[in-house]
Design a protein around this ligand. Structure first.
Ligand code: ATP
Length: 255
C-alpha cells in the first residue's frame, strides 16, 4: 500500500508530570482504509500513544517532548482536540464514557453537535448508527446508564460515528465485555471499514480478536514499538504469539 499515511506518529517521546517517561520514541503510520491494531500488555503505552494522537495529553499532565504527529497533513500537537474532531480524528476513550442520565439517542446526538449538523443530517446519522447497531435502535429511549456494558460500548462508538470520522481511534473496546459481545462489536467495525472505507486504529490487550480483524499490527513493549507487520504475518509466527501476546506456558510451580 504505497499511499500517504492518514496519521503519522514519528519517534514520539512522552513524559508525564515532567518526570515519568512513558514512551521512548514510538513511530506508527496509519494508512487510509486500514484497520491497525496497537497491541501490548498492561502499561505498555497504548493509551498514551492514542491520547498523544488526539493531543489529549496536556489534560493529564503529560507532554510529547520529542518527535512529531501529523493527521491528514495537520500538526496534531499544535491543534486543539476539538478541532481535531472536526477534522475527522475521533477517539473513543477507554472505559465506555456515556452520559448515564441521558437516553441512548440523546447520547448519540451529542456526537453530532461539535460539527453543527442540521436536524436532517442528525436524523440521517442516527439512522446509520441504528443500522450498524440495531440494538441501539431498540433501546434508543432507555437511559444509557441502565443499558448493558456492550450496549454502552456501542453508544460510545455510535456517538463517535455521529462526528463523521475519517479516522476512528478506539482504546480497548473489548474491556470487560463477554466474548460474543466483543465479536459483535469487531464485526461491525470491520463492516464499517470494508463498506465505507473508515480507517480504524484500535488499541487492544485482547490480541486474539484484534489479530483476527486487523490488517496491520504494531506491538508496544514498555514504551517502545518493538514489532510491526501485517496481522497475517504476526499471527503465523508462534514465537511472537507466545512472547508478546501472553500465551507462554506458565512456569511450573516450585515443589
Ligand atoms: P493499559 O492497558 O493499562 O491502559 P497501556 O498500554 O494503555 O496500558 P498506558 O496507560 O499508556 O499503557 O501507560 C504507559 C505508562 O505511562 C505506564 O507506566 C503508566 O503507569 C504511565 N502513565 C499513564 N498515564 C499516566 C499519568 N496520567 N500520569 C503518570 N503516569 C502515567
Amino acid at each position: 500500500m504505497p499511499s500517504q499515511p492518514l496519521l503519522r506518529i514519528e519517534a514520539i517521546e512522552v513524559v508525564y508530570q515532567h518526570s515519568i517517561v512513558a514512551l521512548h520514541g514510538v513511530s506508527l503510520d496509519i494508512l487510509p482504509g486500514e484497520i491497525h491494531a496497537l497491541l501490548g500488555a498492561n502499561g505498555a503505552g497504548k493509551s498514551t500513544t492514542l491520547k498523544a494522537s488526539s493531543n489529549l495529553l496536556p489534560a493529564e499532565r503529560g507532554a510529547v517532548t520529542a518527535g512529531a504527529i501529523h493527521f491528514d497533513g495537520v500538526d496534531v500537537l499544535k491543534t486543539a482536540p476539538a478541532a481535531l474532531v472536526r477534522l475527522g480524528l475521533v477517539q473513543v476513550l477507554e472505559g465506555r464514557h456515556v452520559f448515564s442520565n441521558l437516553t441512548v439517542e440523546e447520547n448519540l446526538i451529542t456526537g453530532g453537535l461539535g460539527r453543527s449538523a442540521t436536524r436532517k443530517e442528525i436524523a440521517e446519522d442516527l439512522a446509520r448508527v441504528y443500522r450498524i447497531f440495531p440494538k441501539l435502535g431498540e433501546r434508543k429511549h432507555s437511559r444509557a446508564g441502565l443499558t448493558s456494558g456492550g450496549e454502552q460500548q456501542m453508544v460510545a462508538i455510535g456517538r463517535a460515528l455521529m462526528s463523521r470520522p475519517k479516522l476512528l481511534v478506539l482504546d480497548e473496546p473489548s474491556m470487560g465485555l463477554a466474548p460474543l459481545v466483543v465479536q459483535d462489536i469487531f464485526n461491525q467495525l470491520k463492516k464499517l471499514n470494508r463498506e465505507e472505507g473508515l480507517t480504524i486504529l484500535v488499541a487492544e490487550q485482547n490480541s486474539t480478536v484484534a489479530l483476527r480483524h486487523a490488517d496491520r499490527v504494531t506491538v508496544l513493549d514498555t514504551g517502545n514499538d518493538v514489532l510491526s507487520g501485517t496481522a497475517q504475518e504476526l499471527s503465523q509466527r508462534s514465537d511472537i504469539q507466545s512472547f508478546y501476546f501472553g500465551q507462554l506456558a506458565p512456569e511450573p510451580l516450585a515443589a
